[in-house]
Design a protein around this ligand. Structure first.
Ligand SMILES: [Fe+2]
Ligand SMILES: [Fe+2]
Length: 165
């Protein structure tokens, strides 16, 4: 079973859980902070790519303004992701991640309220299953790419703890 909405919703839930976790990490616990940041960046990058490549196009014709607005919000979030990627772990990371969370929180809520119901209306249950299967395949590819990037860091190449966008 790979329902597209369920997959997207699971990502949103993981993202929210990580958001709640971050402020509970003790100041100065850099490893944990870095781990949470890497997870947040990785989830968001994969999620945004799946939405842009496979989900938004479903509604691009019927709801162009909605899709354009969502893409603008992604662009805003990606600018902050790039900032995080550039600065890496250390002082200041928490503030930037919190700014990212603030920027993305409203976007995910909007998707759940508006975009997901439209997607269900447009595709129906079977269509959501089909889309979910395609998304799952693409998700695995993206995660594989990300793992290779992180693996390169471990083998002494220039350190890049964040997966490629
Ligand atoms: Fe989105
Ligand atoms: Fe989303």
């Amino acid at each position: 079973m790979a329902n597209a909405i369920k997959m997207l919703q699971d990502d949103h839930n993981s993202f929210r859980m990580l958001c709640k976790q971050l402020p509970t990490i003790q100041n100065g616990a850099q490893d944990e902070e870095e781990k949470a940041a890497v997870q947040i960046v990785s989830i968001l990058q994969t999620h945004a790519t799946l939405e842009e490549e496979l989900v938004y196009p479903v509604l691009a014709e019927s709801h162009p303004d909605l899709v354009k607005h969502a893409e603008e919000e992604h662009a805003e979030a990606k600018a902050i992701l790039a900032e995080i990627e550039e600065m890496g772990a250390g002082p200041g990371l928490r503030d930037v991640v919190l700014r990212l969370l603030e920027s993305v929180e409203a976007h995910v809520a909007e998707e759940e309220e508006t975009l997901f119901p439209l997607l269900t209306e447009t595709l129906g249950v079977d269509g959501l299953e089909d889309l979910g299967r395609v998304m799952l395949g693409r998700q695995q590819e993206l995660m594989q790419d990300a793992a290779e990037t992180t693996g390169a860091a471990a083998t002494g190449q220039p350190k890049n703890i964040y997966p490629k966008m």
